[in-house]
Design a protein around this ligand. Structure first.
Ligand SMILES: Cc1ncc(COP(=O)(O)O)c(C=O)c1O
Ligand SMILES: N[C@@H](CCCC[NH3+])C(=O)O
Length: 432
């Protein structure tokens, strides 16, 4: 009925998440409120971890891409689930380290890591650096030598795959700010340099072709391109490459009618490609790394808002204004991302209205969704927007000095605050 199994309707006709009544959650914790179901997150982790067992003989690791949703508690949950962590900044790394996440299970990304961030990561002892460009390679080599370290390095490669997703979240094609291009010889040049550098140990290759991808073919193609490139680098430069990171990007269902590929089918298809290509190139199957973000946390989350003004413009549209907006969810403004919503107190009823859900920022584009079907709605109602667990809190801002919402995590029907609501005091804390 809904886009996630953790959502349901109780006998009062109210929307529930993880067995908790959303109207009671809104009453207890206030709105806007992010709510997440822990069992959904841990089940998603388990599916990935098990598929590494099934398809790669357990020779691999799943790194949760923490950019999707990063806070201390999610790092603890990931550690307990046996996951690794993909971090992309000093801040994400700091968050992980602050709860004692094992540094050797961290993969450090980023297309412009600063010397400060690199030094911090070296001091933490992060397991893998995914190096984006030649400048970074030279810098990492120098900084590592100065600290008497030799970090393991993977190169971020643009495999030249054009995945069918929104322009802003496509990354595998040649015109991308991320990674080293194959076509131009840039990637090979990086390998040639790295094998001769004393401060880095080149162990493998990485690619990530984009996000919210629904087809299997681009992933298969990327895997084939990457294995072939690794074999070429072995043949031409003697590079001993034993690790292949295939990134994340697996699509999820935001609205009914979308049909994401089940992980298992993706894993099976890609593992077959990897093995077949390795055989053809007389290469051992590398240690496989994956970096799912969205598909681990998105469907575990919803956002609860309180409806304020409902403005009907006859013959034009009806605006339903809520007490949050682009500050807590910028994805419609950025990517015209699709979302489904319900009036939480009427979740069992059929949607009969078509409305535009607007936020409270001083910005016409501050919309959560346009022309969306919903139950009859009025001021004071609680509105729930689905599948907001990824790239909502992590991309939130304080535009218009609106405090960021709290996040509540539910386990065994018990809600607990894992991120406190920001106060006005928080907003001025760093002002001088
Ligand atoms: C390098 C890298 N890895 C992993 C991810 C996670 O992607 P997703 O959340 O789509 O699984 C991203 C984001 O697109 C990324 O850039
Ligand atoms: N933040 C984006 C995707 C980019 C993922 C990171 N490379 C989203 O909300 O869909």
């Amino acid at each position: 009925m809904f886009v996630s199994d953790c959502l349901n309707v109780n006998l009062r006709g109210h929307l529930t998440i993880g067995g908790c009544d959303t109207l009671e959650l809104a009453e207890q914790f206030g709105t806007p409120l992010y709510v997440m179901d822990e069992a959904t997150i841990t089940q998603n982790c388990r599916k990935y971890v098990e598929s590494i067992g099934t398809y790669y003989n357990s020779r691999g690791r799943v790194y949760y891409a923490s950019k999707a949703f990063c806070c201390k508690e999610i790092c603890r949950i990931m550690e307990n689930a046996g996951m690794g962590l993909d971090v992309v900044s000093g801040g994400e790394l700091y968050t992980a380290m602050s709860v004692g996440f094992p540094a050797d299970r961290i993969c450090f990304h980023g297309n412009n890591k600063t010397p400060g961030e690199i030094n911090y990561a070296l001091d933490c002892g992060v397991g893998r650096f995914v190096v984006d460009n030649l400048t970074e390679l030279a810098l990492l080599n120098t900084l590592a030598l100065a600290r008497n370290k030799k970090p393991s390095v993977l190169f971020r490669i643009k495999p030249g795959i054009d995945a069918h997703t929104h322009n802003f979240i496509r990354t595998g094609q040649i015109d991308s700010k991320f990674g080293l291009a194959l076509e131009t010889g840039e990637a090979e040049e990086a390998v040639r340099q790295a094998v001769a550098l004393p401060g880095v140990s080149l162990t493998g290759m990485h690619c990530h072709i984009g996000s919210q991808i629904f087809d299997i073919a681009p992933f298969e193609l990327a895997a084939e391109v990457m294995v072939n490139f690794m074999a070429d680098m072995r043949d031409r430069h003697g590079a001993d490459l034993t690790e292949l990171n295939l990134g994340g990007g697996f699509g999820i269902q935001y609205v009914p009618g979308q049909n994401p590929v089940p992980y298992d089918r993706y894993m099976q298809a890609v593992s077959e490609t990897v093995k077949k290509t390795c055989e053809a190139r007389d290469m051992e199957t590398p240690f496989i790394m994956l970096e799912p973000g969205r598909s681990i946390v998105a469907s575990a989350g919803i956002t609860l808002y309180t409806v304020g003004a409902v403005k009907d413009i006859p013959g034009v549209r009806t605006y339903v204004s809520v007490d949050g907006g682009m500050g807590d969810n910028p994805r419609y403004a950025l990517y015209q991302a699709e979302y489904a919503a319900v009036v939480a107190g009427k979740a069992a009823e059929k949607p009969t209205e078509t409305v535009t859900i607007a936020g409270k920022c001083c910005e016409s584009g501050d919309l959560i969704q346009e022309h969306t079907a919903i139950q009859p709605v009025q001021a004071g109602d609680i509105l729930a927007v689905f599948a907001t667990g990824a790239y909502n809190y992590s991309m939130a801002s304080n535009y218009n000095r609106i405090p960021r919402p709290a996040t509540v995590m539910i386990r065994d029907r018990q809600p607990r605050v894992i991120i406190r609501r920001e106060s006005f005091e928080d907003l001025v804390r760093n002002d001088v």
